[in-house]
Write a protein that binds this ligand. Structure first.
Ligand SMILES: Nc1nc2c(c(=O)[nH]1)N[C@H]1C(S)=C(S)[C@@H](COP(=O)(O)O)O[C@H]1N2
Ligand SMILES: [Mo]
Length: 387
């Protein structure tokens, strides 16, 4: 263990000790005097950063409606905490009549709900921006879909009884601060009370993996992943949006700026819904394929919108044809699509896919460059050689 890492672990413990001293419930238990075990990693995951773990889902995890848990992307800013579900507690306070502290068993007494929801990091596709921007260089796979099981956040907040001055909900994760401050954000209460905003404890029928927020995380369906706070232990009803490190990030220019421009925070707004987007999952970029009938497949999603159509072009965008969308799409989850391409002439081809949604949004030809490299949703493209 490097001395830097050792230092980070020590300061993490100190912070926790301070948290306990301040009278906060102490849900985080580190195995006495030893480093928490690194979460298990599937060999197929693309490691964008090793420490802390930032793992991208390979195309194999984007080809089925549900991403297998071991291929679900992982985005972490700090250390992954080791939390025991028996001692885990969530505290709900602030502008409420009845502040609550719930144990894992008490949380599971609320009516259980299951929903299939796509989670995408706001920074997915960051690596493609020019000029380049700082931050984890995600390409296509900081996005995954799971069937989540948990309880409605609205049900929990109802038990705490909201007071009228409350307008936002502070969300605190138990992952100790390391290279960055502790993960604390807020969302408007209106979004918190939506029936698809959940406190979840299962992913595809299994307990949440440690890296994805065990034992309980928030799921803010339709919004970028940064809102879905993992290892959540504290909610506080507040009057104004939280002002902190992670609120001054995840912002997007209000109007178009030239690539590389110096954009001030006042000219940016909080990122909320995912953009409209599609990704080609087969064939793979650079593949050699035999002429004849080729099945082009992909995924498409639109956050708070609903995907209406996916158009595919195999001739540099001169002609577009509609792909077939899987009929059983649900709100907030990606849908699968396919396109039967009949190609007889050998040569080099560019295949592109463009989604449109119910909010009138269409994937752009050019990126909206922004200092964080967020919300990349340029029309996806791959090159193949037909032989
Ligand atoms: N506590 C905590 N919650 C967090 C984060 C984090 O670092 N700490 N990362 C956020 C970001 S930026 C994203 S994209 C999602 C990623 O969730 P996943 O790792 O399960 O894919 O979690 C969000 N919740
Ligand atoms: Mo993210």
């Amino acid at each position: 263990m490097s001395s830097r890492r050792q230092f980070l672990m020590t300061s993490a413990r100190l912070l926790l000790a301070v948290g306990v001293w301040r009278g906060c419930p102490g849900p985080v238990l580190f195995a006495a005097e030893q480093e928490s075990a690194p979460p298990p990693k599937d060999d197929r995951m693309i490691v964008r950063e090793a420490d802390p773990p930032n793992w991208e889902t390979p195309l194999a995890g984007l080809r089925s409606w549900l991403t297998p848990n071991e291929l679900f992307y992982v985005r972490t800013h700090n250390l992954i905490p080791e939390i025991d579900s028996k001692s885990w507690r969530i505290r709900i306070d602030g502008a409420v009549q009845r502040p609550l502290t719930l144990s894992f068993d008490e949380l599971r007494k609320f009516e259980p709900v299951s929903e299939v929801v796509t989670l995408e990091c706001a920074g997915n596709g960051r690596a493609f921006h020019r000029p380049k921007v700082e931050g984890t260089p995600w390409e296509k796979g900081a996005v995954s879909t799971a069937r989540w099981t948990g309880v409605r956040l609205a049900d929990v907040l109802a038990q705490a009884q909201l007071q009228p001055e409350g307008k936002h909900l502070l969300l605190e994760g138990a992952d100790p601060a390391a290279k960055k401050p502790q993960y604390v954000r807020s969302i408007p209460l209106q979004k918190a009370l939506e029936p698809s905003t959940l406190l979840v404890y299962k992913m595809n029928g299994a307990p949440l993996p440690i890296a994805n927020g065990f034992p309980v995380r928030l799921l803010v369906s339709g919004w970028t992943g940064n809102h879905s706070v993992k290892w959540i232990t504290h909610l506080s009803v507040i009057a104004q949006p939280h002002d902190g490190f992670y609120m001054n990030r995840y912002r997007f220019p209000i109007s178009y700026a030239h690539p590389g421009a110096d954009i001030q925070p006042k000219d940016m707004a909080m990122i909320t819904s995912l953009p409209v987007k599609s990704i080609i999952t087969s064939p793979e970029d650079g593949m050699r394929i035999s002429k004849g009938s080729v099945l082009v497949t992909g995924i498409a999603y639109a956050g708070e919108g609903k995907v209406q159509a996916v158009d595919v072009s195999t001739d540099y965008g001169s002609h577009w044809e509609e792909a077939r969308l899987s009929p059983d799409t649900v709100r907030y989850a990606w849908g699968l699509w396919e396109y039967s391409w009949d190609v007889q002439k050998p040569g080099s081809y560019l295949i592109m896919a463009r989604a449109r949604d119910s909010l009138g949004r269409v994937q752009p030809i050019e990126p909206l460059w922004n200092p964080e490299g967020a919300l990349w949703n340029v029309i996806d493209r791959i090159r193949v050689s037909v032989v």
